[in-house]
Design a protein around this ligand. Structure first.
Ligand code: 2B7
Length: 639
């Protein structure tokens, strides 16, 4: 303890502070898993970003070192090195050891980015096996190092440098006593750094991974800022208008907005305050949304698209297809909500609304054609919403008391959703076999007949009027059309797994595609949360004269079997459909969790299915099963 002489009452409370962080790391960084680990990097980087926001730092280097430590370096002013008037140690030491150092050295509007409001450095220090800091300032180089947050010696002058060379360099190694694993996940770090430069167009971040096997070198710099962000978010999508961008400030609140409409049926609106991602939204987002709705409705009336008797478009209508990023800087942000990521300041709503009104009007006054295209998106959404509202009232009145509208569902006995599965089975005969074969405690069977309606093509009221679709919606129990009727509630889902089970032929593939399209359009959350699966029944059963038979799931497996059994005689049975299997075989190959193969559907698969459906609208050619499967997640034995 080299710094012993300095240790008075103040220092005891410092040690207590650091100990509190080590005792409850989750309170400060969320978790001690890989997210929390990465958080250490963000805390340090955020301090450098603050220095950028203060106007003094243009470059940040982030290096993952071969020994598992991280180095973050900025070219800002360097943390002040002079003795802190009350703490009796250098300001550097205060920053790295005192939990409430936030803002002490800062100008008024300084504290702007980052999560822990200035105590990040001390938290990271407390959770590091070792940490060292080097500051260049006033033509001198200073150094101090710590172990588990405790200084090994006071800040020391170690050399000289050019007077104009200034900055801070921090190297730390996460403490394995605290973290489950101490290996950083570079993908998450890189995307966070990329996000940071979209929000700070003047900043360059250089990322280097020097760990053996992970070597990487990348420079993040986005001089186009939010426009580039929106462009990246919309990559690969068909655009409906140009990127609209505006920024201004009022009452000390800076506002920057970029948005663009694309040809998709959803909205994607991201908010930031002081470069912190506001996951739960808040006043800045509300201000933007409210004003945007008003402006579009005014335009729609002026243009006669909405007639006097027509109701206004809803907010959801006018944001159909919108991708937007709204970033504000607020001198005194307040965050509320479950994860403290909802901006609460009412003045942010007013300022964003005013600036949005001016910005949006300015753009659309000059670009009437684009305005019409955007209003057309709202119109489409409104039509669907109205049809759906009507259909929903009809449907609800028909089926209030039952969740099996036509008596086809063979439900399972358990009511514990986490252990329940529902199989959507093509055809009554396969449905019958499946009902006999299943484990009735946890497995429900819903037979559907023939080809369900093409949901891309049909209007919403027809879709919801379709008996097969009604049975599914009612069986699942969680409503539908998230974001439109606002009726969807994933917590009400009755089954953990929804398994599509169709014949291994082209018709089966077509039904898979239609079902995926339906899920994608009406219940995308089910896919995103990983509840949708496709069963893979075997195509063949091969049986040698002597010995056990074997199920083969595709042609490749059959070919392999042939090669392995060359010279032996064996029989191959080809299953043309699920109906050809007896209940026992169906159980063994497709239903039994121990032996079956399920493919979990990812949202990309469903997007693809929806595209295929769109592509095939009006044609008779069914897509090949391979086409879906080629893009499905790797097959996994689901145990
Ligand atoms: C609230 C605390 C954390 N700080 C300063 C000044 C510059 C500065 C910092 C920093 C991370 C890794 C390289 C202010 C602010 C402490 O007070 S922290 N630069 N960089 C950093 O942590 N980078 C500062 C006023 C005048 N001179 C310097």
């Amino acid at each position: 303890m080299a710094a012993k002489d300095n240790y008075g009452a103040e220092n005891i409370s410092i040690l207590e502070g650091l100990e509190a962080v080590r005792k409850r790391p989750g309170m400060y960084i969320g978790s001690v898993g890989s997210r929390g680990l990465n958080h250490l990097i963000y805390e340090i980087v955020d301090n450098a970003v603050d220095e950028h926001l203060a106007g003094f730092c243009s470059e940040i280097n982030v290096t993952l070192n071969p020994d598992g430590s991280v180095t973050v370096e900025d070219n800002g002013r360097g943390i002040p090195t002079a003795k802190h008037p009350t703490a009796g140690v250098s300001a550097v030491e205060v920053v790295f050891t005192i939990l409430h150092a936030g803002g002490k050295f800062s100008d008024d509007t300084y504290k702007i980015s980052g999560g822990l409001h200035g105590v990040g450095s001390a938290v990271v220090n407390a959770l590091s096996k070792e940490l060292s800091v080097e500051v260049k300032r006033d033509g001198k180089v200073f150094f101090q190092s710590y172990k588990q947050g405790k200084p090994l010696a006071p800040l020391k002058e170690t050399g000289i440098c050019a007077k104009k060379t200034t900055g801070t360099k921090v190297t730390f190694a996460p403490d394995p006593e605290i973290f489950e694993k101490t290996e950083f996940k570079s993908d998450a770090v890189r995307s966070r750094l990329h996000e940071t430069v979209y929000l700070n167009p003047g900043l360059t971040i250089h990322f280097t991974d020097k760990r053996p096997g992970f070597e990487a070198d990348e420079v993040f710099h986005e001089p186009e800022g939010l426009s580039a962000y929106v462009k990246a978010l919309n990559e690969g999508k068909e655009t409906v208008c140009d990127i609209v961008r505006f920024s201004d400030s009022a009452d000390d609140i800076e506002v920057e907005v970029a948005f663009q409409f694309v040809d998709v049926f959803e909205e994607n609106i991201l908010g930031f305050c002081n470069t912190i991602f506001t996951q739960e939204g808040g006043s800045h987002i509300t201000g933007f949304k409210t004003k945007f709705t008003t402006v579009i409705n005014q335009y729609a009336r002026e243009l006669g698209i909405l007639k006097e008797k027509d109701a206004n478009f809803t907010g959801t209508d006018v944001r159909n297809g919108m991708t937007a990023v709204i970033a504000v800087k607020h001198p005194d942000p307040r965050f509320e909500g479950q994860t403290k990521t909802k901006l609460d300041n009412p003045d942010a709503a007013t300022v964003v609304a005013n600036i949005t009104g001016i910005g949006v009007t300015h753009f659309f006054d000059k670009n009437p054609e684009q305005l019409k295209a955007v209003i057309e998106c709202a119109n489409k959404s409104a039509k669907i919403r109205k049809a759906e509202e009507k259909a929903k009232t009809n449907m609800l009145s028909k089926s209030k008391f039952s969740f099996d509208s036509n008596g086809k569902l063979a439900n399972c006995e358990s009511r514990k959703a986490s252990e329940c599965e529902i199989f959507i089975v093509e055809g009554d005969s396969a449905g019958g076999s499946a009902k006999t074969a299943r484990n009735r405690a946890t497995q429900a069977i819903l037979p559907i007949r023939g080809k369900i309606l093409n949901v891309e093509k049909a209007s919403i009221d027809k879709v919801l009027g379709n008996a097969e679709i009604q049975s599914m919606i009612l069986a699942f129990g969680c409503g539908f059309m998230e974001g439109y009727g606002n009726d969807f509630d994933i917590d009400k889902l009755r089954y953990d797994k929804i398994v599509i089970m169709t014949d291994a032929d082209v018709d089966g593939a077509h039904i898979d595609t239609l079902l995926l399209t339906f899920f994608y359009r009406f219940m995308p959350e089910l896919i995103k949360a990983g509840h949708i699966y496709i069963a893979t029944p075997p195509l063949y059963r091969a049986k040698p004269k002597k010995g056990e038979g074997e199920y083969l799931y595709d042609d490749r497996a059959l070919e392999k079997y042939r090669q392995e059994h060359e010279g032996e005689s064996f029989e191959v049975q080809r299953y043309k459909g699920l109906g050809e299997m007896d209940p026992e075989q169906l159980w063994e190959t497709t239903l039994n969790p121990e032996t079956r193969i399920l493919k979990q559907v990812e949202i990309e698969d469903a997007i693809l299915a929806s595209k295929v459906t769109e592509m095939l609208m009006g044609t008779e050619v069914p897509p090949r099963r391979d086409f879906i499967y080629a893009h499905a997640d790797e097959a996994e034995i689901d145990a």
